[in-house]
Each structure stands twice: as structure tokens, then as C-alpha cells.
Design a protein around this ligand. Structure first.
Ligand SMILES: C[S@@+](CC[C@H](N)C(=O)[O-])C[C@H]1O[C@@H](n2cnc3c(N)ncnc32)[C@H](O)[C@@H]1O
Length: 679
């Protein structure tokens, strides 16, 4: 476990100057920024004593009224043992039995249950980042009396929250709820309004206290992560990397001090940002990177392999933001089950129970973000009656992309525990049929339970290995493959991913995902009058499990092409990555990140499947080279030709991974065999 997790450290000041640097010296600024966007106001690092005294203070505050950490957005809900126990008793881990290495039981869906019901109160800083939704609880035209909770008339606690959604540069940012109009006071909202005022006063008091503390602390020590200030002070001064002897001494002393690590990470990021100016003479960029990586692994508690793999996905500063975001819980969200209720009615029912919530964003008309709740959100009468599903916001995305139409036949190939199946059933309005399949029989129990609770009457549950489709049944209008994956997008929910994923896991997972995606494509009827689509998604951010798999499918199935996902936000998928060149249409796929969109890391790709032989010419074969042996001698389907997944196909790929493992262990690998991929 890393320093950050082990010591329950407050977060270091984020390293991106532009976005988040808030100097503890600049007290007024800090407060002003907090009122604008609480998600950006992070506590600065404190000495151990200060941290301790703050912890004590926090305890008191928790007893009295509001959790201070909730106000500053850095609470760790996992710390709340009592609530954790409550969650456990409710769900009894029924969704989490492992079946094999690839049965991603620790996925966003599965973990959502555990986390959501824990949160009382819930982080107010947890705004989802995406296009902002005007505060409107229903997009249905018939909703006419929503004054009570609609944006135009609502101010009070909703408008006192930080700007709800912070779109990124590439995202739609046209609207926000900044109405200044007075909210209409009603019997129903009076209590909530008064509570909000109390909360605001308490938050301000806590903020004042915190600022005083920062001021005092700052006089003694100034080694926080505020790059803004340090830049001025030390710009031009090279940062000296530790020598081999210093590192030796460090490890003899049981590893570096957490403050040293923090400071060194900050310095390395700074140097890497202006390498020529700030680097120590004679030191290479890769030396700084390897020091930073080693500090990232120890500070955040990742194994070296995964730290590097994730680090490589982003520019340096952004990589640190990603690691930081994985230390913070994502907002708790629920999906209205439109088979049972309307979002407006559900919102009202939950508000009446003391739940503080608001719509997630304009990209969904069924999602609600829960800020705090005086009742366990996974055990309300509305929950038990199936009016909503506890579901991560990112999990809405693949179903929105799939866009099932009434009366269609849909296959959900890896469906347990059914978050997406029940969403599909609702969009079908209980017409047509959904085949909800999952290879793990045990997990189909929670799948069936959710299907019943949510009143889905058009679902058939089955338990086959997805690779048996379409032999089992085919000819679907749409197929969702929410693939088993490594879960690198949901590290904030399942930190075990930090240490339990090895290179071998990624190799084997990608292999399985490639097999499944071909079966998903082959299960779709190109003759479908209304559909003919496959959506592939994972809750992982690695390229191996996403673009590489999709690119592979394009090469093997020339009758399938990528189309726009229809999602309003998200970053474009990679078309090039570390020497790999993918089909240019990969830019139509979408990536979602915790540090950018404040939702779990996720990936979504949508294919249109056409008639064989009438599809586009064999998909552009990746101009590879560096993709490695996987590509050598690869079979690319010609028009009209279908190549079944060949078990031996990835053998060289697997063999190469084995060779690397042996080398890493200091063993001499056997000579390469002559088997080529696709042979
Ligand atoms: C990401 S989870 C699915 C979450 C689900 N779609 C939801 O929204 O609730 C991946 C699922 O794939 C299942 N799985 C693993 N290997 C499989 C295979 N070969 N065929 C079908 N399902 C598989 C796992 O049991 C797991 O439930």
C-alpha cells in the first residue's frame, strides 16, 4: 500500500498550476475558489502533528454535525467502518464471487453497490463533469409542475453548490445552472432550504478554521504542492535527483519519508515540464521519469508495472491528476427506473426522505446525483420497490450508445449484475426481448434479483461463455459487450487493482476480449431493420483492452465499421499509441476519465454491422511494425470472408509475454518458436 493510502494523507496540492494550485498563503483566494468550485479546493499537506490534531477535530465535527471532510471534498468513505458494515449486511457480497481470473467481479457495477450505500453524507465536491444540465427533473414534455425542483426557480442549496459540472475543453460547456432567481418556498422544500443555510454557515465556519490553520502552518513550513509559488521562487534552479548512495540510504532507512516523496514528485513534474531549463546537467529525461515513477508507485501504492502503464497514458502533469483522482470517491449516482416511475417523482420522494440530490447532467434524463442522505440510499422503500438502480454514471454511457429501440432483440453478452440489462429493458419499455447472459452462474443470481426488483418483463437470463455466441443464438438487432476487464477505470472503488494486475493479466484479458468482440459482432443481424449495432465497453483505461481490441475487430470483421457513439462528451479514442497505429476511425470511440469527467474511467465503441461481402473493403490494416508479433503474418479478412477466432492466433503474443516475464526474473527464455500470429 502506498503512502497516500497507508497514511490517509490529505491530498497533495495538485500539480497542475493552471487548474488547481491554491496557495495556503493566499487565504482569501482559497475561500473564493472554494465557493466557486469546492472540488478544486484541496487541503494542503500538513505536518504529522497538525494532521493528527485535524483528525481529532474532524471526529468531533462528525459527532456534532457535518463531516468537515465532506465540505472539503476529501473524505474517505471507506473509513467509515459502521457504514461499511451496513453496506455489507445489505448486499452480503452476493455479486462478488470470483469465478476465474477474467470474471471481473470487481467492476464498476459490482462495486457501485458497495460504495453507494456507504455514503452518508456524500461528497458535495463530487460533481460529474460533462455537459451541464439545466436544473430540470424531467425532459418529458408532460412534466409541468416541476417548479418545486426545477432550475429556473431553484436557488438555495443547489445554487450554493460549486458549479455542478465542469466541462473540459473538448466537452460541451454551453449551459450551467446559474440562475439567481429566488426559489419558491414550499412546505416540501422549506426544511431542505433551512438545512442548506445551516450547512452553508457550517461550511464557512469550517473554512475559516481551516484557513487559520493553514496560515499558522505556513509560517512554520512551506513544502506543499503549490507549484505556483515555487515556480517563482525556484524557476531556473535545477532540481537535483538523489544519487545512488542517497537512494541506498533511503531504502535502508525503510523507504523515503512521505514528505520527501511528495516534494520530489512535485519537483520532477516541474523539471519535466521545462526540462532544458530546469534539469540537472548530465541527467536525462528518463532518469527524472524513472524517479517520478518510483515515487508514484510508493506514494499511491501501485505495483511498478501498473504505475508505468497508467502513467504512459497521459502527459506528466495529467498523469498525476489521474492518480490523484483515483484516491477520491466518485459521486454517488442513481438511475431512475422508468418502468416504475419518473425521475421527477423519484427525486421528490427521495427529497422527502432527506436525500439531497440533483440531476446528473443534460446527457442523461434518468440520472440523479446524490449529495447526502440521512437514509441508506440502498435500502429506501423506493429502492426496494425498484424505482431506481444504484449505478455509476459512467455505466449509463454504453447503453445510451447502444440506444435500443422498442421491440428489438438485444443481447447483453456479459450482463451480471444487470445495471445495463435493466437500463436496456427500460429503454425497450418492456417490449422486445433482452438476452442477459453471463458466464458466471453465481452472478446471475444478483442479475435475476435486479431484473425482478426493477420489473423487467422482457429479459431472458442465461449463462453461457460469451464465446459460444452466436452458436447458442444469434440474429440480434443490437449486442452490448460490457467486457470483463482489468478495472483500471474503477481504482477509486477497488484499490486492489493497484497491486494485483500484472502484465500477464492484461495479455490474457485482451485475448479474451478479442474473442468476445468477434462473437458479439457475429451475433448481430446485418439485416436488422432498426439496428445492426454492437457496443463494446470496458471500465478500464488501458489501450490494450480498448483501442487494440476494437482495432483488431475491425481488421477481422470488415463488415463491421465504427460509428459515432452519440455520446455528447468524452475524449476521442487513440488512433496512435506508443508506436501502434490504429484505424483512423478509432477516433469515433470515446474515453472517460475520473480526473476529467469525475466519473469512473470508461471506454465506449459502437460498431455498425453490415452484410458480409457488402461491407467496406477490408478495414485498413494497421500500418504496424511496433504492434509486435500479434500483427506478424496476420490474417485480414477479405470481403465476404469470415475468419473465426483461432485459438492459436494469440499464441505468439502469449509466448512473448512469457519470455518477457522469464527475462524479468533473470531466467533465460527459450528461443522463439516460428509460430506467427494468425497462423
Ligand atoms: C463488467 S462486468 C459486467 C457488468 C454488467 N454489464 C452490468 O452492467 O452490470 C463483466 C462480466 O463479464 C462476465 N464474464 C467474464 N467472462 C465472460 C465470458 N467469457 N462470457 C460471458 N461473460 C463473461 C463476468 O462474470 C462479469 O459479470
Amino acid at each position: 500500500m502506498g503512502h497516500r493510502a497507508k497514511n490517509k494523507q490529505p491530498a497533495p496540492q495538485p500539480l497542475d498550476v493552471k487548474q488547481t494550485a491554491i496557495s495556503p498563503k493566499k487565504l482569501g483566494k482559497r475561500k473564493a475558489e472554494l465557493s466557486d468550485d469546492k472540488s478544486d479546493s484541496r487541503p494542503v499537506k500538513k505536518t504529522k502533528d497538525q494532521a493528527k490534531s485535524k483528525q481529532k477535530g474532524n471526529k468531533k465535527k462528525k459527532e456534532n454535525s457535518e463531516d468537515e471532510s465532506s465540505a472539503n471534498g476529501w473524505e474517505d468513505i471507506a473509513d467509515n467502518a459502521e457504514l461499511k458494515a451496513h453496506a455489507k449486511s445489505l448486499f452480503n457480497n452476493s455479486d462478488h464471487e470470483e469465478s476465474d481470473n477474467f470474471d471481473m467481479d470487481e467492476t464498476n457495477e459490482c462495486v457501485t453497490h458497495r460504495v453507494s450505500i456507504n455514503v452518508i453524507p456524500i461528497a458535495r465536491s463530487g460533481e460529474l463533469r460533462g455537459p451541464v444540465q439545466a436544473f430540470d427533473f424531467g425532459s418529458d414534455a408532460e412534466e409541468d409542475q416541476s417548479q418545486l425542483i426545477t432550475g429556473k426557480t431553484k436557488k438555495s442549496k443547489q445554487s450554493e453548490r460549486p458549479t455542478k459540472i465542469i466541462p473540459t475543453a473538448s466537452d460541451d460547456s454551453d449551459s450551467s445552472d446559474n440562475s439567481d432567481e429566488e426559489e419558491r418556498i414550499t412546505m416540501a422544500n422549506m426544511a431542505a432550504r433551512s438545512k442548506a443555510l445551516d450547512e452553508k454557515a457550517a461550511a464557512e465556519a469550517a473554512l475559516d478554521a481551516e484557513e487559520m490553520q493553514h496560515a499558522a502552518f505556513n509560517e512554520e513550513e512551506d513544502d506543499d504542492f503549490d507549484m505556483d509559488e515555487d515556480e517563482e521562487e525556484t524557476d531556473g534552479e535545477p532540481f537535483r535527483l538523489p544519487t545512488a548512495e542517497e537512494k541506498d540510504a533511503e531504502s535502508k532507512a525503510g523507504g523515503p519519508d512521505v514528505h520527501v516523496v511528495q516534494r520530489r514528485m512535485r519537483e520532477c513534474v516541474r523539471v519535466l515540464g521545462k526540462f532544458r531549463k530546469l534539469a540537472e546537467k548530465g541527467r536525462s529525461r528518463s532518469e527524472y521519469i524513472s524517479q517520478l515513477l518510483s515515487d508514484v508507485s510508493s506514494y499511491y501504492g501501485y505495483n511498478d508495472f501498473l504505475a508505468e502503464k497508467l502513467f504512459q497514458l497521459f502527459p506528466v502533469t495529467e498523469a498525476i491528476e489521474f492518480f490523484e483522482a483515483n484516491e477520491v470517491s466518485r459521486p454517488v449516482t442513481i438511475r431512475t427506473n422508468t418502468l416504475r416511475t419518473r425521475r421527477r417523482d423519484l427525486a421528490q420522494a427521495l427529497i422527502n426522505r432527506g436525500v439531497n440530490l440533483e440531476p446528473i447532467g443534460k446527457w442523461t434524463n434518468v440520472g440523479l446525483q446524490v449529495f447526502e442522505s440521512s437514509v441508506p440510499i440502498g435500502a429506501t422503500p423506493e429502492y426496494l420497490a425498484g424505482h431506481y438502480m444504484l449505478q455509476a454514471a459512467s455505466s449509463f454511457l454504453p447503453v445510451i450508445a447502444l440506444s435500443p429501440q422498442p421491440n428489438e432483440r438485444v443481447l447483453d453478452m456479459a450482463s451480471a449484475p444487470g445495471g445495463k440489462t435493466t437500463h436496456i429493458a427500460a429503454l425497450l419499455q418492456n417490449t422486445g426481448v433482452v438476452f442477459a447472459n453471463d458466464a458466471n452462474k453465481t452472478r446471475t443470481k444478483s442479475l435475476s434479483a435486479n431484473i425482478h426488483r426493477l420489473g423487467c418483463k422482457n429479459v431472458v437470463v442465461c449463462s453461457y461463455d460469451g464465446r459460444e455466441f452466436p452458436k447458442v443464438i444469434g440474429g440480434f438487432d443490437r449486442v452490448l459487450l460490457d467486457a470483463p476487464c482489468s478495472g483500471t477505470g474503477v481504482i477509486s472503488k477497488d484499490s486492489s487493482v493497484k497491486v494485483n494486475k500484472s502484465e500477464r493479466d492484461f495479455t490474457l484479458l485482451a485475448h479474451l476480449q478479442k474473442q468476445l468482440i468477434l462473437c458479439a459482432i457475429d451475433s448481430v443481424s446485418p439485416d436488422s431493420k432498426t439496428g445492426g449495432y454492437v457496443v463494446y465497453s470496458t471500465c478500464s483505461v488501458t489501450v490494450d483492452e480498448n483501442e487494440s481490441v476494437v482495432d483488431y475487430a475491425l481488421r477481422k470483421r470488415p463488415n463491421a465499421k465504427l460509428v459515432d457513439t452519440g455520446l455528447e462528451f468524452g475524449r476521442e479514442g487513440y488512433t496512435k499509441y506508443r508506436g501502434k497505429i490504429f484505424n483512423p476511425s478509432l477516433s469515433l470511440t470515446r474515453r472517460f476519465y475520473p480526473h476529467v469527467h469525475n466519473m469512473d474511467g470508461f471506454y465506449v465503441a459502437k460498431f455498425k454491422v453490415e452484410k458480409r461481402g457488402k461491407g467496406p473493403k477490408a478495414a485498413v490494416k494497421s500500418e504496424v511494425g511496433l504492434v509486435g508479433i500479434e500483427e506478424e503474418g496476420e490474417q485480414v479478412a477479405a470481403e465476404g470472408e469470415i475468419i473465426a477466432f483461432d485459438e492459436g492466433e494469440d499464441r505468439p503474443y502469449l509466448e512473448e509475454a512469457k519470455r518477457r516475464r522469464m527475462k524479468a526474473k533473470g531466467l533465460r527464455p527459450p528461443p522463439r518458436t516460428t509460430i506467427k500470429a494468425g497462423a
